[in-house]
Design a protein around this ligand. Structure first.
Ligand code: CP
Ligand code: NVA
Length: 309
């Protein structure tokens, strides 16, 4: 059976835990090596990986590309606009054709349905590089980052402040799978999907919705936020969202109300002094650039899992 990495809630907990351990091992094994050199275990030697982007990207594009090269493979970075995908060719046919040329497909797209159809018809593994609904690779890197700094995330309290968007959704999936409590604080109209909240609770973790940001962060071990307007959101929503989300900005006052050793995360790109202040982003509790680096290591582990290496 082809092993796709479509979402954290669609992957077995034991596999997720194994990928995090593997990512740590892969990262340690490369310590101090020049970026352009191959890993000792160049497991993608002879492999070609297609990286499809229907939305902009800096981290996902570069970390996957560099990761594949370090593993000895070759990449094809494709922009959705330049492909027949979306210009009349069905997603199913694109999946069948690409499967004849490449060994692995990573796609960043709009509708989750595009990802699912691609995976259904591809005979090679498909990795979710972000959809409107989730961003699992990011949260695998975030779990790795948290555990490097503070040890096991199991039993900890994570607070999401802001828009209950795709990145928030993957954190909720991870709460259920990795066993940490999750509090969402933001306006009601931007709540995370009720289905994801229910599913995480059914896995035995506490999920709370708290409108008061200062109350929400009491006892928090990790505070996370993201842009107030995502790539799939209409720009016309910008002003309304800013007005709604301003009380949920992560600033020094909010950080001070959490546990003293709480960390701050943001998947980036950030709008500085909007969803989080520069004082927090550049402050001692921030691990935002470790998160960015860990995309590379976490995705290598994900690719190896997909290909059974
Ligand atoms: N965090 C993240 O996925 O960033 P990019 O949009 O730059 O890939
Ligand atoms: N929520 C953001 C994440 C970007 C990495 C977006 O979808 O635009």
């Amino acid at each position: 059976m082809t092993r796709h990495f479509l979402d954290i809630n669609r992957t077995a907990t034991a596999d997720l835990e194994q990928m995090i351990a593997e990512a740590r091992r892969i990262k340690d094994a490369r310590a101090g090596l020049p970026k352009g050199t191959r890993d000792a275990e160049a497991v993608l030697d002879g492999h070609v990986v297609a990286l499809i982007f229907e939305k902009p990207s800096t981290r996902t594009r570069v970390s996957f590309d560099v990761g594949v090269r370090q593993m000895g493979g070759q990449t094809l970075v494709l922009s959705g606009a330049d492909m027949q995908l979306g210009h009349g060719e069905t997603i199913a046919d694109t999946a069948r054709v690409l499967s004849r040329y490449v060994d692995l497909i990573m796609i960043r797209t709009f509708e989750e349905q595009t990802l699912l159809e691609l995976a259904e018809h591809a005979t090679v593994p498909v990795i979710n590089g972000l959809t409107n609904r989730s961003h699992p690779c990011q949260i695998m890197a975030d779990i790795l980052t948290y555990e490097e700094h503070r040890g096991p995330i199991r039993g900890r309290k994570v607070v999401w402040s802001g828009d209950g968007n795709n990145v928030c959704a993957s954190f909720l999936h991870a709460a259920g799978q990795f066993g940490f409590d999750f509090t969402f604080t933001g306006p009601e109209t931007l709540d995370p999907e009720a289905e994801f909240v229910r599913a995480a609770r059914a896995q035995g973790v506490t999920v709370e919705i708290e409108r008061d940001a200062l109350k929400a962060v009491e006892g928090a071990d990790l505070i996370v936020t993201d842009t107030w307007v995502s790539m799939h959101d209409p720009q016309s929503a910008r002003e309304r969202r800013h007005n709604q989300l301003r009380p949920y900005q992560v600033n020094e006052e909010l950080m001070a109300a959490a546990n003293p050793d709480a960390l701050f995360m943001h998947c980036l790109p950030a709008h500085r002094d909007e969803e989080a202040t520069s004082a927090v982003m550049d402050g001692p509790q921030s691990v935002i650039f470790d998160e960015a680096e860990n995309r590379l290591h976490a995705q290598k582990a994900i690719m190896r899992w997909c290909l059974g290496h």
